[in-house]
Design a protein around this ligand. Structure first.
Ligand SMILES: [Mg+2]
Length: 349
């Protein structure tokens, strides 16, 4: 798996720029009536009745991903997820994306086909139209820039700024697994460097590695909340880690918060791998990034509507700003929550 080098494949220069985009997107299907014109003119044309949300994200090789353990198909899929997650975090429906790629001549047409296969799968699964983009050569490496477009009725769009004291703090899914998946992959890469014949056995870590390599954006959560007739007061997606996202909500809403350690959602697989790596699972859950779960707040009056839902965990409540942002531990002590972010976690040890 740690070998993406391809020598005898089709060079990118064998396609003209337009030929390449046409080639890579020829199997893409348009699914939304709001896409009036897709790829094939100077610009795409969209028609949305409601306000439009737009978000963009740039992923750079060596900074955001490592191709020695990230297959290109997964990279394409994940690049779409990262962007859709931001649309869902506005409580909106994602409808269209554009995809721009720059890459060096180390990449072949076949490699880009793999990447686009991942993009296509994501677009299909999440029902978004790929409406444009660009492909250009680069001196070194590969970068992917995706812009996602979504829509929602004005009154439904949820900002980071609406949390009020006494609101409940909720999170979807479980946290920390993507970070530990990355730890496992990094460790296996080191083993592989020493002994290239030793293919890693990742079976024990399947869930964690999948969370890292093939994250799923929570399209279902805005839909679920609509069904339950719950309008979140504030929402954000968890890309950098629970702590830093909670701090964003608190700063933007001018409030404080208490989280409860015993309420944090942890997959059993995470606990055993944290023990293996001698990491504290609460620290990982608070600071591990890239889970792409949604963190949001709701009015206490809506508690009965979400109570017991297996997709959601109530992990704390909002307080006055003057009370600060704290974790109440299992031992009932209050620790201030700081934004560590997943990149700085190694330095903490
Ligand atoms: Mg975000």
């Amino acid at each position: 798996m740690f070998n993406n080098t391809e020598d005898s494949k089709t060079k990118l220069s064998e396609f003209g720029e337009f030929g390449l985009i046409d080639h890579l997107t020829k199997h893409f299907v348009i699914q939304h009536n709001s896409t009036l014109k897709s790829i094939g003119d100077d610009a795409a044309v969209l028609e949305h009745k409601n306000p439009i949300v737009v978000t963009t994200d740039l992923l750079v090789e060596g900074i955001h991903f490592d191709l020695s353990y990230m297959p290109l198909k997964h990279l394409g899929y994940k690049a779409v997820m990262v962007n859709l997650s931001d649309v869902y975090a506005m409580n909106a429906e994602a409808t269209q994306i554009t995809v721009s790629i720059s890459c060096s001549n180390r990449f072949t047409v076949e490699a880009l086909e793999e990447l686009y296969a991942g993009i296509q799968l994501a677009a299909q699964n999440y029902k978004v139209d790929v409406i444009g983009g660009d492909t250009t050569s680069a001196v070194k490496g590969i970068s992917i820039s995706i812009t996602a477009i979504g829509t929602a009725p004005k009154e439904k769009i949820t900002y980071r700024s609406g949390a009020k004291p006494n609101d409940l703090v909720l999170v979807s899914g479980d946290l920390g697994s993507a970070f530990m998946g990355l730890k496992v992959l990094e460790r296996e890469k080191e083993v592989f460097k020493v002994n290239p014949n030793n293919q890693p056995d990742l079976e024990k870590y399947t869930y964690l590695v999948e969370r890292q390599l093939k994250p799923e954006a929570r399209k279902d959560i805005p839909e679920l909340l609509e069904q339950l007739e719950v309008l979140p007061t504030a929402m954000i997606d968890i890309s950098d880690g629970l702590s830093s996202e909670l701090i964003h909500i608190c700063k933007n809403s001018s409030v404080g918060a208490n989280l409860f350690e015993d309420k944090l959602p942890i997959d059993p697989a995470l606990i055993s791998v944290c023990e293996e790596f001698e990491l504290d699972s609460t620290t990982v859950v608070l600071n591990g990034g890239e889970d792409y779960e949604l963190l949001f707040t709701i009015n206490q009056n809506d508690y009965d509507k979400i109570k017991g839902n297996p997709n959601l965990s109530v992990i704390g409540h909002i307080t006055e700003a003057s009370e600060g942002i704290h974790l109440v531990t299992r031992a009932n002590t209050k620790l201030p929550i700081q934004a560590m972010g997943w990149n700085s976690m190694d330095k903490e040890k």
